[in-house]
Design a binder for this molecule. Structure first.
Ligand SMILES: C[S@@+](CC[C@H](N)C(=O)[O-])C[C@H]1O[C@@H](n2cnc3c(N)ncnc32)[C@H](O)[C@@H]1O
Length: 274
């Protein structure tokens, strides 16, 4: 159940309105799923997953026997997760899955979990310090005594943030799974260094052989850039601290050239007196 909600940024919403396209785009991304499966097997559930999306990580966890509560803001992504759970899970296994539509910045589920997960850049949709504080406080409230909060976010890449906002990046036309015809795909990047947010404008233009009535579609994706040392301070806002940090999904410690930071956090230890 979400407390009083403010609007999500368009860049946290539009990219997730088409869940079929989301699944198509990330169909080969599997390494992170293996990492989360291993972590859940070793640490044990129950699991709360924030920004669970279309169930890309959720469903394999349930297939492994975990009890998972999947929290997600986008109705389209949640509907897709539900559909996939019916297709891919046995009815007895589906009983271990709960889908909850809620905002990860404020939630109250009246129970605790051994693990809270937020796979694949979900936390990059927290934009302001207050968003982090509210989300991390909610996480801390839901962590059991030996609970861990595990998530992965990109390490900001300075070369990417310095891209010319007027330059259009194109990839080869492909058949769009929802539009059903070929599209020309374009991206433009604009980095706001004050807010530390990278805005990506994604455009699908009717491609070769598209019907005459086909129109261009534009989608915004906005991702907060979180530098590794800042992340520790943000965790502290919610009463959390670092318990481990990796630079790839094999579990190697974070190093200089890594593209991803995988964080294991726990509730901060209370200060000792005397
Ligand atoms: C990059 S996707 C990751 C989805 C999924 N975890 C995965 O690994 O495929 C980020 C997800 O976070 C969700 N999201 C964005 N802002 C949110 C919020 N404030 N509360 C809950 N979910 C949110 C989006 O709808 C989207 O499904």
């Amino acid at each position: 159940m979400a407390a009083e909600k403010d609007e999500l940024e368009p860049g946290a919403v539009q990219h997730y309105d088409d869940a079929l396209y989301y699944d198509y785009t990330y169909r080969t991304r599997t390494e992170d799923i293996g990492f989360y499966r291993r972590f859940v097997r070793q640490h044990g559930g129950p699991v709360l997953e924030l920004g669970a999306g279309s169930g890309r990580v959720t469903i394999p966890l349930v297939q492994d026997g975990a009890e998972v509560c999947a929290l997600e803001a986008s109705p389209a992504m949640l509907a897709r997760a539900d559909e996939k759970s019916r297709e891919l899970l046995e009815p007895k296994d589906r009983k271990r899955l709960t889908l909850v539509q809620s905002d990860m910045r404020d939630f109250s589920l009246d129970r605790t979990f051994n693990l809270v997960l937020a796979p694949f850049n979900t936390l990059l949709h927290l934009y302001e310090p207050g968003d982090f504080a509210r989300c991390f406080r909610s996480v801390a409230k839901h962590l059991g005594p030996n609970g861990r909060f595990v998530f992965d976010v990109r390490v900001p890449q300075l070369k990417e943030l310095a891209r010319d906002p007027d330059r259009v990046y194109r990839v080869r036309p492909f058949k769009h799974p929802t539009l059903g015809h070929k599209v020309e795909y374009e991206e433009q990047f604009h980095y706001d260094p004050i807010k530390q947010v990278q805005h990506v404008t994604i455009r699908f233009k009717p491609g070769p052989g598209a019907p005459r009535r086909a129109k261009a579609v534009e989608v915004l994706l906005s991702q907060r850039q979180i530098f590794p040392n800042e992340l520790r301070a943000l965790l502290a806002l919610g009463g959390l601290e670092l318990a481990g940090r990796y630079g790839d999904f094999s579990g190697r410690p974070l190093a200089e050239d890594d593209l991803v930071q995988i964080i294991v956090a726990r509730k901060s230890s209370p200060p000792t007196i005397g």
